[in-house]
Design a protein around this ligand. Structure first.
Ligand code: AGP
Length: 612
């Protein structure tokens, strides 16, 4: 969602800000804008991509070594030039960029209108900008204090950066809910929604915490206080990410690069944790909570989207191996449905970005009831990773494509490690089985590599079905979440309607959709409920549906029935999601490319969903 970049230092701000906005494009947005201070405070904004903004400012004076820039994902008011950020205050002395939602903006706006303010846009952000100006004028305080007082009146979520015409040496930044990171270079500061615009300039960063305000001054130390006026010592951390991870590296799209990174990213998720030669698994991040997990009467997994699908695989794994009851909840439902949670409960929050607003709110709710919260996050230092009591990073590396691919398999890998570790501790599986499973898990990166080889079949299928209006995805057991994930991937990036179902549920409704035009993707791998799935395939064929089956290498039965088959290497049933997902990712990718869709930045979607 909205992206924030700001710079203050000796260099020209414009190129740094534009490059930063491009690095944040993956977050999803529909307009972009920039404010530069060079004596006058100039704001430029354009609906559409950052390239539209670049066209707009082609002949403008872009000098200035302090500035703020923004990509907006519309919430209040349609995506257009006027609603784009930065927003000026009424006197045009202040410019402000904002990520989040000011929930009480309507009442604040009314009060400001009564005091003579007029508004150019329909945004909540312009209300906050004028509120700050109003406080500065009426209470005769400096900008920092005005921002602090204003934020005490605000209900909602925000990450903001403020720049004032009469002070070229200061930026004010603040956050609550939405993320903000400050990069500390030599005589220069950067502010951004995440570290990607900062990484090429400095590795020293400070993550702002909720309700903190930062005073960022040219050639002076960074100062942080809370909105309640308590001074804080900035905690400087070193970024571990490197720049290559943010580039396409020769691939046409980030999504394709990330699909092909999976042998590597899954290996990284297991590194230092899986020890087949020693017959152990060690999960340092949650070591202090292992006994609590072993004794848990119930584990609740909260997540959204693809992370929720990984959670479902986690449920099957933990229940199957460690015999601990697991519930998987959509964070957005959990947070509002008065769930029964006490200090005895363990919550596992799964999130790639670590910034998903609903997941964060679910965590806060469970925390307020005394539960123990563990996280499975990809982004190091993210809000969720800091809000949890402990956790395991997935270490998949930056995921730039909006459609999650390598993050999913990394989450499933971590959940597999967790389930196996708990089973080992609880003694719920025989040692020989445990050793066999960890050996098989260790082979998965190579098998993913084999699965990725050769795209001819997938491209042939994509070509054939790129123009259909609907797809159905079916799977049972461990392959049910894979079906859900396959369907989500297709609809996200190709805009073809797709539904995932447990294969046996088909006869309770979706079977009505099946005719000679309906492609049905069935994950029909060996073991488990294979025979049952074969029957489901026959039900589809009996109604002239088109079957695209994901099968285990060497399969004969399904090959004889399906219209198309894609083989994956054999593995243990519970590890199949790590392989079966791969061809489904590739199928969605190729269909989307053939349809001319923007694969990395699909319409209306945001990479990190920081509003509810
Ligand atoms: C995945 O392809 C989606 N873009 C989306 O469903 C995503 O998984 C969801 O928004 C949750 O994000 P998170 O993992 O960053 O919390």
């Amino acid at each position: 969602m909205c992206g924030i970049v700001a710079y203050i230092g000796p260099k020209d701000a414009y190129p740094i800000l534009i490059k930063g906005l491009k690095r944040l494009e993956y977050r999803g947005y529909d307009s972009a804008g920039i404010a530069l201070l060079n004596g006058s405070l100039n704001v430029f904004k354009a609906k559409g991509k950052v390239s539209e903004l670049e066209n707009l400012v082609k002949n403008a004076d872009l000098s200035g070594n302090v500035g703020i820039a923004h990509t907006r994902w519309a919430t209040h008011g349609e995506p257009n030039d006027v609603n784009a950020h930065p927003h000026y205050s009424q006197s045009k002395n202040i410019a402000l960029i904002h990520n989040g939602i000011i929930e009480n903006y309507a009442s604040l706006r009314k009060e400001l209108e009564a005091r003579g303010y007029t508004f150019q846009s329909s945004t909540d952000t312009e209300v906050l900008t004028n509120l700050i100006e109003d406080i500065q004028i009426n209470e005769e305080v400096d900008l920092l204090e005005a921002v602090r007082i204003a934020l005490n009146q605000v209900i909602g979520a925000y990450a903001i950066v403020v720049l004032a015409r009469d002070d070229k040496d200061t930026l004010i930044a603040a956050r609550k809910g939405s993320p903000l990171v400050i990069g500390i270079g030599i005589d220069e500061y950067f502010v951004a929604s995440d570290a990607s615009p900062i990484i090429e300039y400095t590795k020293n960063v400070v993550y702002l915490d909720n309700e903190e305000v930062a005073l960022i001054r040219r050639n002076k130390d960074l100062k942080i206080k809370t909105i309640r006026n308590v001074e804080k010592t900035p905690y400087i951390q070193k970024l571990e990410m490197n720049l290559d991870a943010l580039e396409k590296g020769g691939y046409e799209h980030f999504m394709l690069k990330e699909i092909y990174e999976q042998p590597h990213s899954i290996r990284d998720s297991m590194r230092g944790r899986l020890h087949p030669e020693l017959g152990t698994i060690s999960l340092g991040g949650i070591i202090d909570y292992e006994q609590k997990l072993v004794n848990a009467a119930k584990i609740t997994i909260v997540a959204c989207g693809t992370s929720w699908h990984a959670g479902l695989v986690g449920e099957y794994l933990i229940e199957d191996l460690a015999r601990i009851p697991v519930e998987v909840e959509y964070a957005s439902e959990f947070r509002y449905r008065n769930p029964i949670i006490s200090e005895k409960d363990i919550i596992i929050a799964i999130s790639q970005s670590g910034e998903t607003a609903d997941t964060l709110a679910a965590i806060e709710l469970a925390k307020s009831k005394g539960a123990t919260i563990l996280g499975i996050c990809n982004v190091v230092g993210s809000s969720i990773s800091r809000a949890t009591h402990a956790g395991i990073y997935t270490h998949a590396g930056p995921e730039i494509g909006v459609a999650s691919t390598k993050a999913f398999t990394a989450q499933v890998t971590v959940l597999t490690l967790m389930a196996l570790r708990l089973a080992q501790l609880k003694g719920t599986i025989p040692k020989t089985k445990f050793l066999h499973l960890i050996h098989e898990l260790g082979l998965i990166p190579d098998k993913v590599e084999q699965t990725l080889k050769g795209s001819k079949k997938v491209i042939e299928i994509a070509e054939k079905f790129k123009n259909v209006r609907n797809f159905l995805y079916l799977g049972r057991g461990y392959n049910f979440p894979v079906a859900l994930e396959g369907a989500l991937k297709l609809k996200e990036i190709s805009y073809i309607h797709a539904e995932g179902y447990p294969a046996a549920e088909m006869k309770h409704g979706p079977i009505a959709l099946i005719d000679e035009e309906m492609p049905v993707v069935v994950i029909a791998t060996k073991r488990g409920t294979y025979e049952k799935v074969v029957s489901n395939i026959q039900e589809v064929k009996a109604r002239k549906g088109i079957v695209i089956a994901i099968v285990t290498k060497g399969d004969v039965a399904v090959k004889g029935m399906a219209d198309y088959t894609i083989e994956i290497p054999e593995t243990e049933e519970m590890l199949v999601p790590l392989l079966a997902t791969i061809p489904l990712q590739k199928l969605s990718y190729h269909i989307a490319v053939m349809r001319g869709c923007n694969v990395d930045q699909p319409r209306n979607l945001a990479k990190s969903v920081t509003v509810e």
